[in-house]
Design a protein around this ligand. Structure first.
Ligand SMILES: Cc1cc2nc3c(=O)[nH]c(=O)nc-3n(C[C@H](O)[C@H](O)[C@H](O)COP(=O)(O)O)c2cc1C
Length: 358
């Protein structure tokens, strides 16, 4: 409380009760630069071929507070590679939205910032966490965790090159023996990074084992840290999100895989925070409706072929739990023709319309 009085920067005797409550409320709100993202925001993680505009729209409708694009190559952007440029599409309804870029060459990163800015995102996020070999081998993504000085100087230059808030998404370290995330986060903050999202695994772990949130809490507990510290990795239930907030004291949760084919996850976490109870699972009708809209929006945005192909990965979760579903799922994931996929949705509705999801 004393800190709050101090932060108001005026004598305590002028404070009434309302001012105190307002200041407590303000202190609980996370801010990315000047963007208010609410108390313990839920962030949709950047995911390649997943967090595209259609899926981001669905997650936003279901309560995601901040959404990020998948990572976009700075080298691709500056060469005007159509695939990279298309990923810059963002829509008003999804704000605040961050565009994530990756690369290791300063000049390319700076030039790509100018291209990214033209799309009007609210945030630019730097990917310093991708563990994939073809990215890491070029020193980008998690590859940069081997050269923290370069990580900091790149961030510094990017912050200076734009008025948009720069945020960073990274991992705990390169491997178990090189975890220096407390020091790294502080240095990133000192050069002007406005928030940091940390996946509780090292690059060496890839996606294996369990995410370790304790080092992320160490970052948050560093008395010098004042930017939001968002936790990431394995938040797959409302209880886990609550643990990230209450036990680890983090400023928000970034959610990836639990949302694939299940945009309702954000709403379920919020309901649990508000009531301490689980809300009812979406009905079959809601699931079929969402799957249809998802496919329609995907086709609209990226065309029939890619739309049909890239929406496939969501169907398992949209319809998870229905017994003897394989035949229907196969129709959805093997057909190249959207008419057949829409027909498969209808068939599922007819056959399993009354199914109770738990
Ligand atoms: C299919 C897929 C694609 C991903 N693509 C990206 C990406 O483009 N940028 C990024 O920073 N992380 C990416 N990630 C990592 C996620 O953002 C997240 O850090 C990771 O999945 C752990 O969170 P989770 O346990 O909530 O899924 C990807 C993960 C998955 C599963």
């Amino acid at each position: 409380m004393r800190g709050l009085f101090k932060s108001l920067n005026r004598p305590q005797r002028f404070l009434n009760e309302e001012t105190v409550y307002l200041s407590i409320f303000a202190a609980l709100m996370a801010k990315i630069g000047t963007i208010d993202v609410g108390e313990f925001p839920l962030l949709l993680a950047p995911m390649e071929d997943v967090s595209d505009p259609p899926f981001r729209a669905l997650c936003k409708e279901q309560g995601a507070d901040v959404v990020y694009t998948e990572f976009i190559s700075s080298e691709g952007l500056i060469r005007d590679a159509a695939k990279s440029v298309m990923k810059l599409d963002i829509y008003e309804k999804e704000r605040p939205v961050g565009i994530q870029i990756f690369g290791a060459v300063l000049e390319s990163m700076l030039r790509s910032i100018e291209i990214v800015e033209a799309s009007g995102p609210d945030i630019i996020d730097i990917n310093f966490g991708c563990p994939v070999k073809k990215v890491v081998s070029k020193g980008a993504g998690a590859g940069i965790l081997k050269d923290i000085d370069l990580m900091v100087s790149l961030t510094d230059a990017m912050v200076k090159h734009t008025n948009l808030p720069i945020t960073v998404k990274t991992r705990l370290g390169w491997d178990e023996d090189s975890i220096k995330i407390v020091e790294v986060a502080e240095r990133l903050q000192d050069v002007g990074c406005k928030a940091i999202s940390i996946h509780g695994r090292t690059r060496a772990q890839m996606y294996k084992g369990q995410a370790n949130w304790a080092p992320i809490a160490d970052v948050k507990n560093n008395a010098r840290m004042h930017i939001p510290v968002f936790g990431n990795g394995d938040v797959d239930s409302p209880e886990k999100a609550m643990e990230m907030r209450d036990k680890y004291g983090l400023d928000g949760a970034m959610i990836g895989r639990a949302s694939i084919g299940y945009p309702w996850f954000f709403k379920e976490v919020k309901h649990y925070f508000e009531t301490g109870t689980h809300c009812a699972s979406p009905t079959m009708e809601e699931r079929v409706k969402a799957a249809k809209r998802h496919l329609e929006m995907a086709i609209d945005w990226k065309g029939e072929k890619l739309g049909v192909f890239e929406t496939r990965r969501h169907y398992t979760n949209y319809f998870k739990g229905i017994p003897n579903f394989k035949e229907h799922r196969m129709k959805m994931v093997t057909s190249d023709d959207s008419t057949a996929v829409f027909a498969a949705f209808e068939e599922v509705m007819q056959k399993f319309g009354d199914f109770q999801f738990v």
